[in-house]
Design a binder for this molecule. Structure first.
Ligand code: PGA
Length: 348
């Protein structure tokens, strides 16, 4: 029972803090000197639970910021998330028409109307089903005459939109994020890149001729670090080594994902197989992740600084009331707006 309660606390807090984790949050170095260990790690069982958890985090963000600017990833990893997002759009009726969507990477030579472009995949999996109008999705122009100049213009566009509120990411088997392959300088912004043989092999099945283009445009590590929040998902045993290197290896440009350990508001959602090589110490929630049990009793400190709209999803009603009823009651007393969703078959 105790571990179940902790699990509830951990998840509840992960969702609340995802909204706005203050940059000066208490830090705790756990792995190596100088590491800012504030990345939240949420473990899930499988691809479906990973996708649902990620969707829940995003919907919570959208409730609080219906004008958010969101950076989208493509690939196998976010497919389930996009499916859940589309389902929620219709079942919960959350408005999506104030959002802006940006694009993480695109193959060089493929225009956004090319059926095998990243743009086409996003359109098919998320943009069209959500009913997003074309002026709200900003694709990377893979056929630009001067791709490096187009990258600079894309950075300027993101700045003009007010910067990214959330960047969704997968991770490559070689530790890449977006198409920032091993060796990419951490301070690089959007740029043209040559894909590594392992990336081309991993992505080949998406192409009718089984050949991945050799080059791509990508947001750089510096652009990604500029996003206010990061949500990285990883599923399956093929990602276990990359996840281990990301969290337990040295900070290293040869594993671009290691940079995310220094982001002030990054959340990692892993399934069991992707987390399989992590040590128990890494998977233990960091101190920052579970202040709720203490703060429930510290009546003088508000749980959140400013009024928020909070979506509480509970598998069935008693999960919300027993496991974190005190916290929820207090959030209500403190003037936050709470929306509860619980599920029940109705036969008991
Ligand atoms: P995948 O790719 O989601 O198709 O595994 C992730 C990535 O390369 O970033």
């Amino acid at each position: 029972t105790q571990s179940k309660d902790l699990d509830h606390h951990f998840r509840g807090q992960a969702i609340v803090t995802f909204l706005d984790q203050p940059i000066d949050a208490p830090l705790k170095n756990r792995y190596d000197v100088g590491r800012r260990d504030i990345m939240r790690i949420i473990q899930t069982t499988d691809f479906q639970e990973m996708s649902r958890t990620a969707a829940l985090l995003i919907l919570n963000l959208l409730l609080n910021n219906p004008q958010a600017v969101i950076g989208l990833a493509t690939g196998h990893t976010p497919k389930g998330l996009y499916r859940e997002w589309v389902l929620a759009r219709y079942s919960l009726g959350i408005a999506m028409n104030g959002l802006h969507f940006c694009h993480l990477d695109e193959y060089l030579g493929l225009g956004s109307d090319h059926p095998e472009s990243m743009a086409a995949i996003l359109r098919q999996q998320l943009i069209q089903p959500l009913g997003i109008t074309p002026d709200r999705i900003h694709y990377m122009p893979g056929t630009a005459e001067d791709p490096e100049q187009a990258c600079r213009e894309y950075e300027a566009l993101i700045a003009q939109l007010g910067g990214l509120d959330l960047q969704i990411l997968g991770i490559g088997q070689n530790g890449h994020i977006a198409f920032n392959e091993p060796g990419t300088p951490f301070d690089q912004h959007a740029h043209v890149t040559t894909l590594s043989p392992s990336t081309r092999k991993a992505n080949a099945s998406a192409f009718s001729n089984k050949e991945t283009p050799a080059q791509a445009m990508t947001l750089g590590p510096a652009t990604i670090m500029g996003s206010r929040r990061i949500l990285l998902m990883a599923s399956g045993s093929s990602k276990a080594t990359a996840i281990q290197n990301m969290l337990e290896g040295p900070l290293d440009e040869n594993c671009p994902a290691t940079l995310l350990r220094f982001h002030p508001n990054a959340t990692l959602v892993l399934d069991r197989e992707a987390a399989a090589k992590l040590s128990p110490a890494t998977l233990q929630p960091a101190e920052y992740n579970h202040p709720i049990p203490l703060s429930v009793f510290a009546k003088t400190t508000p749980l959140l600084d400013s009024p928020q709209r909070i979506l509480v999803c509970a598998p069935h009603p008693d999960d919300a009331s027993i496991s974190c009823g005190g916290t929820l009651a207090r959030l209500k007393q403190e003037g936050h707006e709470l929306l509860f969703i619980s599920m029940t078959t109705g036969h008991r």
